[in-house]
Design a protein. Structure first.
Length: 262
């Protein structure tokens, strides 16, 4: 089992494979993400993009290989002398998972709780923050996403775009070092997409978060990404800065994919 760690990397996948039965979704993936880097993952459905995010959220476990975060093993933990790594248990994962936030396709807000309470919930119950401090943080973040006036509303009274903006504030409330975005506009009506993407542009421009984003919104990817990776059949087909990969890709498969979504 590889044990190489590089403190300069925020995230490092070393020969990571993920299988579901006979289906190989990720095939020996090597991937590094630098601190503060914004990386967008594109490619057809089933190419492994969302699986990368789910592995980082520990919603899935690797089949082979190792994931490291902040220079330390993440998918695995040291056991015994000699630096041997074994699959991480929940006790090892719990404090490390707190530094990773994720915004899903579905909003998953608590409908019986106010917007403010939704954003406060994890900082109070997971981080142990005082309720006054958590409330102040939540109000600040609701201001950031343009919903300061909706703190006392319930999610059912909000539009889909507003609910997704609350979900972004909720993820940021944990003060993560890494923010994962999984097709965050795919469940929205087209006229609501722009408001969510504008908020995420503001987040990218005003924080030093490391961001991994799965999206089919190429305009957004161009605006916020330092690097775009094209996935196909569980592997990185090519990568590069937005202006190179989107405007002059090297591979026919990338050109075909980009043509299909424009």
């Amino acid at each position: 089992m590889p044990t190489d760690t590089r403190p300069g990397d925020k995230v490092r996948f070393t020969r990571v494979t993920k299988r579901f039965g006979e289906n190989t979704v990720l095939d020996g993936l090597d991937l590094t993400v630098a601190p503060g880097e914004r990386v967008t993952l594109i490619g057809p459905s089933g190419s492994g993009k969302t699986t990368i995010l789910r592995l980082l959220m520990t919603l899935e476990r690797v089949t082979d290989g190792v994931i490291q975060v902040d220079g330390e093993p993440f998918s695995h933990m040291p056991a015994g002398a000699g630096g041997k790594l074994v699959p991480a248990n929940e006790r090892y994962l719990a404090p490390r998972r707190r530094h990773i936030g994720m915004v899903f396709q579905q909003f998953n807000l608590f409908p019986h709780m106010s917007v403010l309470a939704n954003v406060m919930e994890a900082p109070v119950n997971v981080l142990g923050l005082d309720k006054d401090e958590a409330a102040a943080r939540a109000r600040e973040l609701l201001g950031l996403v343009g919903l300061a006036d909706k703190a006392d509303a319930h999610p059912t009274r909000l539009s889909g775009g507003q609910q997704q903006r609350v979900a972004i504030a909720r993820a940021l409330a944990m003060r993560p070092g890494i923010l994962l975005l999984d097709e965050v506009t795919s469940a929205l009506d087209p006229e609501l997409v722009a408001e969510v993407l504008d908020v995420l542009r503001d987040v990218a421009g005003s924080t030093d978060l490391t961001m991994l984003c799965v999206t089919h919104e190429m305009g957004f990817a161009r605006d916020v990404s330092d690097r775009i990776l094209m996935f196909d059949e569980g592997r990185v087909l090519e990568s590069g800065p937005p202006e190179k990969l989107l405007d002059a890709p090297d591979h026919d498969r990338t050109r075909t994919f980009l043509g299909s979504i424009r």
